[in-house]
Design a binder for this molecule. Structure first.
Ligand code: SF4
Ligand code: SF4
Length: 298
């Protein structure tokens, strides 16, 4: 049975493609962006997740663990993932749901069953979006879901970094109705520093998709101090305009909501706690760079 670890299913989503959509988030990503909005989606394996804001400090989870994988400190429950066997006893013992698994293994059939529940809401434009993590990192599952959607007449799109082998990208371009692809940084060295990988493969895959006239939307996440400078946006605009002027480019504003996730994971949050979205005037000015290059800016 083909499965993947799904860490979220967002229903009635209006920001992950056209119309009203069901977005399925698949765990595992080959990139490690310093600003990742879904850090729980980076590693493919299912792990324990702790939400301090709903923990009442009863320590029942610690008492239930036979492996000493949980401890209490000044930030609440600390999880030793190397000692945890994922037996699930602490999840059962927790009275508030503060400790839980961060994903569930799901088959293609189960995913399609979830999708079918939302079908009445899709209307003419909506449908399903596969996201992550990186949906191309679980190709058998993701292609199975995309093909299942097509058989059922449900529009299916993907959000992807396009950091994948050309043959994988080719298979997804055949199975998906639309590819929403990120370009985070145009400079290879800056891309490598911020995401952990070079962007040559990504740009080459975009070139290939543009040449075959795939239904493509380029997304640029505007991340303060990382991607939101004019030099980067101008470089991206120049690159996309050199492919085709009718590929729309969307500037996606920074979302500060993920800070709590970093606290739960006890990982470093790269931004000032007060960092907010980039002001609209600034976003507008960056969009003008795109339109100056003859592009459709969203
Ligand atoms: S899942 Fe099992 S091994 Fe892991 S922390 Fe909970 S009780 Fe301990
Ligand atoms: S059992 Fe749940 S509520 Fe109690 S200390 Fe553990 S995580 Fe917190």
């Amino acid at each position: 049975m083909i499965t993947a670890n799904v860490f979220d299913i967002k229903r009635f989503s209006i920001n992950d493609g056209d119309g009203i959509r069901t977005t399925i988030f698949v765990k595992g990503c080959p990139l490690a962006c310093k600003w990742c909005q879904n850090p729980e989606g980076l590693i493919p394996e299912i792990r324990l997740w702790y939400a301090r804001n709903i923990c009442v400090g009863c320590k029942s989870c610690i008492a239930s663990c036979d492996y000493g994988a949980l401890k209490w400190d000044d930030r609440g429950i600390a999880i030793d993932h190397t000692a945890c066997t994922r037996c699930g006893k602490c999840v059962v013992a927790c009275p508030t749901g503060a400790i839980r698994f961060d994903a569930r293994e799901m088959s293609v059939a189960e995913a399609l069953e979830e999708i079918e529940k939302d079908r009445p809401f899709y209307g003419t434009d909506g449908g399903v979006t596969l996201s992550g993590g990186e949906c191309m990192a679980s190709p058998a599952f993701s292609l199975g879901v995309l093909r299942g959607c097509r058989e059922r007449g449900i529009n299916a799109q993907i959000e992807t970094s396009l950091y994948a082998r050309p043959e994988t990208v080719e298979a997804f371009s055949e199975a998906a109705d639309k590819i929403i692809a990120d370009i985070k940084l145009i400079d290879p060295a800056r891309h490598w520093l911020a995401t952990g990988v070079d962007n040559t493969l990504i740009l080459s895959n975009i070139r290939h998709l543009a040449a075959k006239d795939a239904n493509l939307l380029i997304r640029v996440p505007l991340i303060p101090g990382f991607t939101d400078d004019e030099e980067n946006i101008r470089g991206i605009a120049k690159f996309v305009a050199s492919l085709a002027k009718d590929i729309p480019v969307e500037l996606l504003n920074f979302n500060p909501m993920c800070r709590e996730k970093y606290e739960s994971l006890r990982e470093t949050y790269q931004f000032d706690p007060d960092q907010r979205e980039i002001p609209q005037e600034r976003v507008h000015a960056l969009k003008e760079i795109l339109t100056e290059h003859g592009l459709v800016a969203i």
